[in-house]
Design a binder for this molecule. Structure first.
Ligand code: NAP
Length: 475
C-alpha cells in the first residue's frame, strides 16, 4: 500500500491543485496489478541543473561540519528509517513488486549502510610519510571530492541510493540522485527523512523524471559535479562513463552480473540448495548478484536437479518489474529449449505455463551449455539453468567464461579446493559455502564489465575522497 504522505513532494508541486494546467507528470505503477499508485511531476534537464546548483551551494557548509556532526546526522537518518520500517516497506513493495518481507529487509539494509557510514565518518584518517630529505615533512590528508551525482536502478530503490549517499555524505560531499522512474517513491521518502534528520536542504537532492537521458546528460557533464556513481546495466554504464569523460569526472560503476553458482560433488548438498534458493529467487531473480548459471559436478547432477525441482514445485515469486522484462526472460527460456535445453520445471501441462503478463513461473532448465544465451545473458528472472562439469579446472573455466565479474558462489567441503577456486574466480565477490554475501561491512563491487569501485565497508569511502599530499619544507 502506498501512503502519499511518506514522500517528500518535489518543489513547485501543488499536489491535487485545481488551478492552472497540470504540470507534465509521470505515473508510478504497482507491478502486482498494474494500478497507478501515484504521479509525480516530470523533472527535466533544467530541474537537474538547479538541483546540481543547490548541491554545490550546500557543499561549503556541509563539508565544513566536523566529522562527528555529519556522523550524528547519518545516525539520526538511519534511526528514522528504522522507526518507519513498516510503512516504508509497504510503499517499496507497492512500487517495486517485491514481497513485504523482502521490502522490510531492504529498509533495514538501507539503514545499515547509513549507520555504517555514520560510524566510518570520524575515521577518515590521513597519513605521514618519512621524507627523503631531513628538512621536510610529508603529510597526506583526505578531502571530500565535492558534489556527487548518482543514478540508481529500480530493483533496490532505497538501498542503492542509501549505500551511495551514506558514503558520500560521511565523506563531506553533497549529493544529487536520480532514481529509476519506475520507483521514485522510496527515494523521495529517503529525502524527507534526510531533512527530518537535520541534513540541510541541498545536501541530498533528488531529480525524479522519466527522461533519464536528458537528466543523465546533466548529471554526467555538469562541471560542478566532481564524481558520478552509477548502478544499473552494463549497457547504460558504458554510455554514462563515456559521457563523464568530457569533464574528467571520477566514476564508479556497479553494473550487471552473471554469477556462477558452483556445486562440487563433495558439497553439503542441502546447504547448497538452501543457498541457491536464496541467491536465485530473491526479488524474483532481479538482483545483480543472483545466481545466473548453476554449475553442478557430473556425479551429483541428476540428484541435485531432482532435489531442486522438488523445492521449486511449491515456490511462489512476485511479479517482475514490467511485462517487457518478463517477455525477455521467457524468450531466453524459449531460446534455450530450442537449442537443446530440457525443461525440468514447470511441467508442459502446468496451468500457468511459463507465466503471463509480468509474471514468470519459476523455471528449471537442464542440459544447458555455457554458450547458450540463457547462460551468457543476465537473466533477471526466476530461471535456473543447470550446467554440468567434470572437474575443478573445467568449473573455473566455465565460471570465468563471461564478460561479467560481480558475484560468484561455490560449495565444497574440501577447504583446500575452497581457497584454490575462490582465488581463481574472476569476480569481485565470492560466496564460499555462503549465499548471503551483501552487507554494509563488506566491499560490494565487480571486476571486468561489472564495473569498478566498491560500496560499503571502509573501502566504500575511498571513491568519495581526494588524497592530498602536503610537503612542508624548511625544517
Ligand atoms: P538500467 O536500464 O541501466 O537503468 C538504471 C538507471 O539508469 C535507471 O535510473 C534508469 O532510469 C537510468 N538510465 C537508463 N538509461 C539512461 C540513459 N541513457 N541516461 C541516463 N540514465 C539512464 O538498468 P535497470 O534495468 O533499471 O536495472 C537493472 C540493472 O542494474 C541490471 O543489469 C543489474 O545487474 C544492475 N544492478 C547492479 C547492481 C550492482 O551493484 N552492481 C545493483 C543493482 C542492479 P529510468 O529507469 O528512469 O530510465
Amino acid at each position: 500500500m502506498h501512503n502519499p504522505d511518506l514522500v517528500a513532494r518535489p518543489p513547485n508541486v501543488a499536489r491535487g491543485s485545481t488551478t492552472g494546467p497540470p504540470p507534465p507528470s509521470f505515473t508510478v505503477l504497482n507491478p502486482a496489478d498494474g494500478e497507478i499508485i501515484d504521479w509525480l511531476p516530470e523533472a527535466d534537464a533544467e530541474d537537474a541543473r538547479l538541483a546540481v546548483e543547490r548541491a554545490a551551494a550546500a557543499f561549503a557548509d556541509w563539508s565544513g561540519l566536523s566529522a562527528r556532526e555529519r556522523s550524528a546526522c547519518l545516525y539520526r537518518w538511519a534511526a528514522l528509517l528504522r522507526a518507519e520500517q513498516q510503512p516504508l516497506a509497504e510503499q517499496l513493495s507497492a512500487e517495486q513488486g517485491k514481497p513485504l518481507a523482502e521490502a522490510l529487509g531492504e529498509i533495514e539494509y538501507s539503514a545499515s549502510y547509513l549507520q555504517w557510514f555514520a560510524e566510518e565518518a570520524p575515521r577518515i584518517y590521513g597519513d605521514t610519510i618519512p621524507a627523503p630529505d631531513r628538512s621536510k615533512r610529508i603529510m597526506v590528508t583526505k578531502q571530500p571530492v565535492g558534489v556527487v551525482a548518482a543514478i540508481t536502478p529500480w530493483n533496490f530503490p532505497m538501498a542503492m541510493l542509501a549505500r551511495k549517499a551514506g558514503a558520500a555524505l560521511a565523506a563531506g560531499c553533497t549529493f544529487v540522485g536520480k532514481p529509476a522512474h519506475e520507483t521514485p517513491l522510496s527515494a523521495l521518502a529517503l529525502q524527507r527523512l534526510a531533512l527530518q534528520a537535520g541534513i540541510p536542504a541541498g545536501v541530498f537532492e533528488l531529480v525524479t523524471g522519466s527522461d533519464s537521458a536528458a537528466i543523465g546528460e546533466v548529471l554526467t557533464q555538469h562541471p560542478l559535479i566532481a564524481k558520478f556513481s552509477f548502478t544499473g546495466s552494463t549497457r547504460v554504464g558504458r554510455l554514462l562513463a563515456a559521457q563523464c569523460s568530457s569533464t574528467v569526472k571520477r566514476v564508479s560503476l556497479e553494473l550487471g552480473g552473471n554469477a556462477p553458482f558452483i556445486v562440487f560433488a563433495d558439497a553439503d548438498i542441502e546447504a547448497a540448495l538452501d543457498g541457491l534458493m536464496l541467491a536465485k529467487f530473491r526479488n524474483a531473480g532481479q538482483t545483480c548478484v543472483c545466481a545466473n548459471r548453476v554449475l553442478v559436478q557430473a556425479e551429483i547432477y541428476d540428484e541435485f536437479a531432482e532435489r531442486l525441482r522438488q523445492r521449486m514445485m511449491d515456490l511462489q515469486v512476485g511479479p517482475l518489474i514490467h511485462e517487457r522484462a518478463a517477455v525477455a526472460v521467457r524468450q531466453l527460456v524459449a531460446d534455450a529449449l530450442f537449442v537443446g535445453a530440457r525443461q525440468l520445471w514447470p511441467p508442459a501441462d502446468h496451468a500457468d505455463g511459463l507465466g503471463r503478463g509480468n509474471r514468470v513461473t519459476p523455471t528449471l532448465l537442464a542440459d544447458v551449455t555455457n554458450s547458450m544465451a540463457v547462460a551468457q545473458s543476465e537473466i533477471f528472472g526466476p530461471v535456473v539453468p543447470l550446467i554440468s562439469f567434470t572437474g575443478e579446472a573445467e568449473a573455473i573455466r566455465l565460471a570465468n567464461d563471461t564478460e561479467y565479474g560481480l558475484a560468484s558462489y561455490l560449495y565444497t567441503r574440501d577447504s583446500a579446493r575452497l581457497w584454490r577456486v575462490a582465488d581463481a574466480l574472476q569476480f569481485g565477490m565470492v560466496g564460499m559455502n555462503d549465499a548471503a554475501i551483501s552487507n554494509a561491512a563488506a566491499p560490494f563491487g565487480g571486476m571486468k564489465q561489472s564495473g569498478y569501485g566498491r560500496e560499503g565497508s571502509r573501502y566504500g569511502l575511498d571513491d568519495y575522497l581526494e588524497i592530498k599530499y602536503l610537503s612542508m619544507g624548511g625544517l
